[in-house]
Design a binder for this molecule. Sequence first.
Ligand SMILES: [Zn+2]
Length: 227
Amino acid sequence: MKWISDLIDFILPRHCAVCGEVLSRSEQEICLNCLLALPLIDDAHCTEIEKLFWGIVPVERAASYFYYRKGSPYNNLLHHLKYKNRPQIGVMLAKNAATELLTKGFFNGVELILPLPLSKKKERSRGYNQCDYIAEGLSQVTGIPVVRGCITRTKANETQTHKNRQERWKNVEGIFAVSNPDAVCGKHVLLIDDVLTTGATISDCARALVRAGCRVTIFTLAYSHSF
Ligand SMILES: [Zn+2]
């Protein structure tokens, strides 16, 4: 059925989510050149990411896959993933990340994957939660099941963009609750978000999970250290 996919590509060409070039049949979401130059986070910086949570919430491990830097064309990945209806970018990148992290023992002991929920209003207007797709990609590689609906967002936080570091932490206090503690109590869970900035939002969720009796490991697709 190669001719069918060739024909579809001819009529509706697919474009690289980073540089915008037309993708070849074998390329998914990102062209090979952009994929090879993806600004990956090395092991030393993963330690830096874990340090973000020290003294805030006890986490087992934390990692992100690539850098989100101001002005970088790679930021287009998150833009397409979140706002341009291309959630498959999340699956594809998470599969690549999981393949890397698996060799480092990052998933050892993890029993469940929990995508960070969006507010109901935001998920309705977007039509999907990008974190579900990231979780799906990780699950496809690791075989660890994804569980949704255990965490609820008790209030929608206001935008964080124009807030300083202290205001960001204040703004997200108590926005998550574990709605189904029986499903997660005593489990080692992997909490997923798309991008890590100060860590305020995901820390609030991790704290709720720890209170419910979980051990928590954190994964985000991107890490922004430009604040
Ligand atoms: Zn490209």
